[in-house]
Write a protein that binds this ligand. Structure first.
Ligand code: XMP
Length: 514
């Protein structure tokens, strides 16, 4: 079945995934491909429209990412954004050069309402700009449809050729009416019908899974995180007790988390899952003994996880299908989709695990962004509390403890983190901060408690605001809230005498603390 779709061609810009998400928010399916994708492949996908993203290069420089001229002659509407806009002009005979004034930030543009792209948009509207180069002369056949003080061609179009270009970023929320503009592009220009809806996706996927699995046996590694939970419930809806879920408690989960997962997915929960909980805490602590280096810890946890899972799988015997909760950003970030650099190897993408005897892998969420996975979860009736859980890394607290991991340190982080989460929720901040947790520095220092001298650990609190988890800023938490958390932690958690708040952004930091 040909699903109606828009294609995003990625030139290495930081907002590539955001563009695709915004299009999907218009109920139109959208996929990201590298600019190196050959033109025949693109043609065969029969896209309803193509969007070229921004990127860090100058299009007139030698070796800069480029596109085939044929891309503009497919008879499919093309919208270029920032670098994509400049490249379109450059390739089609316009002139792009270093701008006399670099534009960065929220800039007011004046739009021409005779363009379909600006239907319903105010005469003067705020856009997010970030460019050193600009379009000095537009390509033949194009006309200017928006300008700013320093950018004479902030948007251009050639309706006859079906080509459109914005110097600004409509996908970023700072562009106040960006959604309307993208909506206009996919509906008024590309003529999309808007058939990408989560209820239909869930229904169709459940049906397709049922057909695929037949009377086969399915195995799923359940972590309690959003992705594996949604994948498991989807399979449970499709094939009921042909599904077995294995939940490995590696002793690096948040406080009480193992029991919470068991409550929902265990034998007394609402789903008819065959649920196996493996309490492997001691095994993991033994393997991690004396290990300090972060990547090494990640490797050990990953490998041990596989070993435990393998042992359980062997007890079940042959299975036909193995479920993985891979989601679309994993696919893109592993370099399989777009152009973004591989920042971190994702343990759940690429390569089939060879440790379980199975016929085929099933990845029911492979096409979905995180917010779509959550919507699918709600459609499936998974409790909102679980669906809106904040991200939690696979290696768990193993990468929130600097230095050697011990049972004692795990206990300290779990207790401090539980207090922190409770107080953030109590202050009503839990919805606006994207990720927050306590971690343990490996630092011990002298303190005083009553009449006694202490030599205890320092806990660090982290809280970030982020859109895509690729960049992040530390959240500004009211001082009273931080003070209350500090007081409770030093009083209630044995072994801690100092609490720090981490104000670093990403970059140069990361979100996790390892
Ligand atoms: P960093 O620390 O790289 O984290 O800024 C970015 C986001 O990714 C999550 N993260 C992981 N998630 N397995 C996961 O499933 C991992 O190994 C892993 N490492 C980091 C992190 O929590 C944050 O949301």
């Amino acid at each position: 079945m040909d699903r109606e779709k828009i294609i995003v061609i990625d030139f290495g810009g930081q907002y590539n995934q955001l563009v695709a998400r915004r299009v999907r928010e218009c109920n139109v399916y959208c996929e990201i491909y590298s600019y190196k994708t050959d033109i025949e492949t693109i043609r065969q996908m029969k896209p309803k429209g193509i969007i070229l993203t921004g990127g860090p290069n100058s299009c007139y420089e030698e070796g800069a990412p480029s596109a085939s001229l044929e891309l503009f002659k497919l008879g499919v509407p093309v919208l270029g954004l920032c670098y994509g806009a400049q490249l379109m002009m450059h390739l089609l005979g316009g002139h792009v050069c270093k701008a006399p004034v670099r534009e960065y930030g929220k800039i007011e543009i004046t739009v021409d309402h005779s363009s379909r792209l600006f239907s319903g948009v105010q005469d003067k509207t705020i856009c997010w700009m970030s460019h050193n180069d600009y379009i000095e002369n537009v390509a033949p056949g194009f006309r200017v449809i928006a300008y700013s003080d320093n950018c004479p061609a902030a948007a251009v179009e050639s309706v006859e050729q079906g080509l459109y270009a914005f110097q600004f970023h409509p996908e970023v929320l700072h562009t106040v009416e960006g959604r309307t503009m993208l909506h206009n592009f996919v509906y008024a220009v590309c003529g999309c019908a808007g058939d990408w809806k989560m209820d239909a996706f869930v229904e169709n996927t459940v049906k397709a899974l049922r057909e695929k699995v037949g009377d086969g046996k399915v195995l799923c590694a359940l972590s309690g995180g959003v992705d594996s939970s949604v994948a498991a419930v989807m399979l449970a809806k499709a094939v009921g007790d042909q599904l077995t879920c294995v939940f490995v408690d590696h002793g690096l989960l948040r406080k009480n988390e193992g029991d919470e997962v068991e409550e929902v997915f265990g034998p007394n929960g609402p789903y008819r899952l065959n649920f196996i909980r493996v309490n492997a805490q001691e095994r993991f602590y033994t393997k991690l003994k004396g290990v300090e280096e972060p990547e090494r810890k990640r490797k050990i946890i990953g490998e041990e996880f596989i070993r435990v899972f393998e042992e359980e799988a062997k007890k079940i015997g042959k299975v036909d299908f193995l479920v993985q909760g891979t989601i679309y950003p994993d696919v893109v970030e592993s370099g399989l989709g777009g152009e973004s650099a591989v920042i971190k190897s994702h343990h759940n993408v690429g390569g089939l695990p060879d440790y379980v005897d199975f016929k085929e892998i099933i990845e029911p969420l492979r096409d979905l962004f995180k917010d779509e996975v959550r919507k699918a979860g709600l459609e499936l009736g998974i409790p909102a509390k679980l669906v809106y859980r904040q991200p939690f890394p696979g290696p768990g607290l193993g990468i929130r403890i600097i230095g050697e991991v011990t049972a004692e340190k795990v206990r300290i982080v779990q207790d401090a983190d539980a207090i922190y989460r409770e107080e953030i929720a109590e202050a009503g901040l839990d919805k606006e901060i994207n990720q927050y947790f306590a971690a343990l520095t490996n630092m011990r220092s002298v303190g005083v408690m009553g009449d006694e001298r202490t030599y205890d650990y320092a806990v660090v609190l982290r809280a970030v605001r982020t859109i895509d988890f690729m960049t992040a800023e530390a959240a500004e938490i009211p001082y009273e809230v931080l003070t209350k958390v500090m007081n409770r932690i030093v009083n209630e958690v044995r072994g801690v005498n100092r609490v720090f708040y981490d104000i670093s952004s990403k970059p140069p930091g990361t979100i996790e603390f390892e």
